[in-house]
Design a binder for this molecule. Sequence first.
Ligand code: 13P
Length: 341
Amino acid sequence: MPLVSMRQLLDEAAKGGYGVGAFNVNNMEQIQAIMEAARETRSPVIVQASRGARSYSQDRFLYHLMLAATELYPEIPTVLHLDHGNSVETCKSAIEMGFTSVMMDGSLMPDGKTPSTFQYNVKATREVVEIAHAKGVTVEGEIGCLGGIEDGHGAGLDGLSHLTDPEQAVEFVKLTGLDALAIAIGTSHGAYKFTKKPTGETLKMERLMEIHRRLPHVHLVMHGSSSVPKDLQDIINQYGGKLKPTWGVPVEEIQLGIRNGVRKINVDTDNRLAITGAIRKVFFEKPEEFDPRSYLKPAREAMKKVVALRMTQFGQAGHAGDYAPVSLEEMAHRYHEPVAV
Ligand code: 13P
């Protein structure tokens, strides 16, 4: 099946009461790992690329790899999503390329660092919604700012600054007409999120629930949702790595979020850790190896294991065959007739 709209996947997830992992990619092995995990667990899937990933892969390599994924895994509803679009122009170029979903992150200015104003965010997001919906493409917006600059984007704030204000969230949804809303509840990008295991209080789960109470029909998105498992950290450190002790977002908290309106869960760091650990292990144990396949294969397998586990934990496993894909043309038509969506 062709790439499908993220709105359809999230609407189905809401009906079924489960969440869908959105996994970041830069290269072929990561895409293969996700698609294999999706096949094994029979999961619909969101594959996402940041601006950095688009530039690393010269954009078209990534796009054509995703077309290959849809050819080789026709039974898996697959979304190609732009992660953290920094401007209307960036979103436009992704839509033109064939992305079926875009994030307009107007919570930050186009430099990807400076928190913006509410007015700027509404204007930029609204503009993207108009362009995207005319083509049946989904739009994710963000209100409030995430912390963390570990992976090159984010506000560079500590995890607790600039949390989402529930009242502003309601206003934002009304003014923009977006499909999915990323909220800031104390998570941040990257490996170094917390210096001890976070509680529901550190993560402001109450605030998430409050937003869901006020916006029961809006698909919520949790960014910075890697769990940074100790076993993955240990493999890296055992084979010569130097990660400092750190904690991520416990899976139980994500599952609580899913019971309260979270439909999309962004995971990148856990996969990076799995890949790096597997490569380090080969380099350490077989220093004579020089065929890239000898370390990229175990790296791909390690990422697949993490993704498959998350798919099961988020509840998307088993749902790949639940529905027939709706074309982007039909989605565009439905946006035109809002009652039908
Ligand atoms: P992690 O760094 O926690 O994996 O978050 C990724 C993310 O939110 C991408 O947008």
